[in-house]
Design a protein around this ligand. Structure first.
Ligand code: HEC
Ligand code: HEC
Ligand code: HEC
Ligand code: HEC
Length: 380
């Protein structure tokens, strides 16, 4: 009997250990030069889930671009004013599939069935803004999205609320009165059902500081003595929090972008780091130009505990993949969503120190291979 209990305890302990997320075998792939330790670790079992979540949505057959313009037929077409009636209808059908597909949702998720020109539903107003946003991403943020681009499906994946959004976290209930404010640290939270920062004890809301505000992310000094560096360790912890979010969102390690012997040096970084630099500016701009201005439009039940709207971070589009859908493009099949937005507030600048990130690090289109099995094991 005693033996049985011991055996059971051992089995349970084994079961618990085996249940950990990082169950082997982990595969490793070398990205940089030999000896630089720029390796990617991946767990094929967990990767399968990410692959399942990154299947592209339905693509409607192409529409006739001749024919009268939708704006000349309908009463209230403000964004898609350059589309033919066929193209316009194609976009409406696709938006329905991508954002409001379930039985109780359809055209009337956004429209008043009595009058399609009516702007009464908040979803209609949000969707109009989202149309502008999507066109702006595809035309003004090519440094990030290239020609791959985005559609509504990139974020929405078939539902009205994207799976990964964030709200400003008030941190209520997590502060310890004895030690004063912890700047949201030292609690491995999974707050508000939002993306977490890898269950680390780093500050849990790096988004407000960096993807809404523009607090400085660079913290490393370039002199031996601290006199040359005004950044504190505390600031560095915020930077790390953002970096963990970025790594998690893309399903990559730090070395996907950095050479860890010189985090700050652009010349020793991989070109992907420059793309990420634009990604930070893009996410910040989308939140400030599109999401925040919709605050009064969204009903209270869609807002966070501080009354702020849901906002975008890296995971909203990437959903665990180094490129959304592992690089497959839906947007190419939708010239209607490419758009020609006349003005952009402020064109993104190149990173000041960036020469060509491609020179030092391997330019091998690495993780194109991430979804394929590795050719040979680690140990190079
Ligand atoms: C996700 C929200 C959404 C869904 C779902 C949607 N629409 Fe729309 N619809 C809009 C928006 C926003 C506009 C205005 C577009 C613009 O200003 O360019 C619009 C405009 C229209 C118009 C022009 C009306 C007028 O007189 O101004 C028609 C017609 C239309 N939609 C039909 C449909 C049909 C049919 C469906 C279902 C297959 C549909 N829509 C689904 C958001 C939606
Ligand atoms: C970059 C990511 C992103 C893209 C691209 C995007 N959306 Fe959204 N959308 C969001 C976020 C974030 C919200 C806020 C979620 C919420 O409602 O709480 C949202 C909300 C909405 C809502 C309100 C849903 C509700 O029930 O409250 C509608 C409607 C919508 N989007 C339509 C669209 C359409 C149509 C497109 C394509 C033309 C589109 N979106 C493209 C991120 C995106
Ligand atoms: C997808 C690319 C990417 C990944 C992955 C990534 N970083 Fe970064 N990292 C950047 C970019 C871009 C910057 C510069 C941000 C800026 O200036 O706006 C940066 C900046 C930094 C800095 C500040 C350097 C300085 O000049 O002070 C540190 C430290 C850092 N990252 C550490 C990490 C760590 C640790 C990880 C893994 C947990 C990581 N990064 C993962 C892209 C990445
Ligand atoms: C609006 C959707 C969207 C958001 C938000 C977004 N990305 Fe991307 N990202 C894309 C698309 C689309 C691509 C694919 C571009 C291509 O084909 O090269 C991409 C590509 C990248 C790449 C290049 C990967 C490679 O292997 O070449 C990096 C790195 C990256 N994103 C980092 C980020 C980071 C970091 C953030 C958050 C700060 C972010 N992205 C936010 C849509 C987005």
């Amino acid at each position: 009997m005693k033996m049985h209990i011991r055996l059971m305890a051992a089995l349970i302990a084994f079961g618990v250990l085996a249940g950990c997320g990082e169950r082997p075998p982990i595969e490793t792939e070398q990205l940089g030069y030999r000896g630089t330790g720029m390796e990617q670790n991946r767990n094929p079992r967990l990767l399968q889930k990410v692959v399942a979540a990154n299947q592209i949505g339905n693509i409607q057959p192409p529409a006739d671009s001749s024919g009268p313009l939708a704006k000349d037929i309908y009463q209230n077409v403000q964004v898609l004013s350059d589309l033919s009636i066929g193209e316009f209808t194609r976009v409406m059908l696709s938006m329905t599939e991508w954002v409001a597909p379930a039985e109780e949702k359809n055209c009337t998720y956004c429209h008043n069935a009595e009058n399609y020109a009516d702007e009464g539903k908040y979803t209609y107003q949000v969707a109009r803004s989202m149309l502008k946003m999507t066109r702006e991403i595809n035309s003004e943020w090519k440094e990030h999205v290239k020609d791959t681009g985005v559609t509504c499906h990139t974020c929405h994946r078939g539902g009205p609320v994207p799976s990964y959004v964030w709200f400003t976290d008030p941190g209520a209930g997590r502060e310890n009165a004895f030690v004063g404010t912890r700047a949201g640290q030292n609690s491995a939270v999974t707050g508000l059902g939002i993306t977490t920062i890898g269950h680390s004890s780093l500050p849990y809301d790096p988004y407000s500081a960096y993807l809404l505000g523009d607090s400085p992310i660079r913290v490393q000094g370039d002199t031996a003595l601290p006199t040359g560096n005004r950044s504190s360790i505390k600031q560095a912890e915020w930077t790390y929090s953002l970096m963990v979010h970025m790594s998690n969102s893309l399903g990559v390690n730090c070395t996907y972008c950095h050479n860890t012997r010189a985090w700050s040096d652009w010349e020793q970084s991989r070109p992907q780091r420059t793309v990420a630099w634009y990604g930070i500016r893009m996410a910040r701009s989308l939140n400030n130009s599109y999401m925040v201005p919709l605050t009064e439009v969204f009903p209270a039940h869609r807002k966070g505990p501080l009354g702020d709207v849901a906002k975008v971070n890296c995971e909203t589009c990437h959903q665990g993949a180094y490129k959304p859908y592992f690089g497959q493009s839906m947007a190419k099949a939708y010239p209607e969503l490419q758009g020609t937005k006349p003005v952009v507030t402020e064109p993104a600048m190149a990173p000041a120190e960036s020469t060509d990130g491609a020179t030092a690090a391997s330019t091998k289109p690495v993780v194109a291979a991430l979804t394929q099995p590795l050719s040979s094991g680690g140990g190079r």
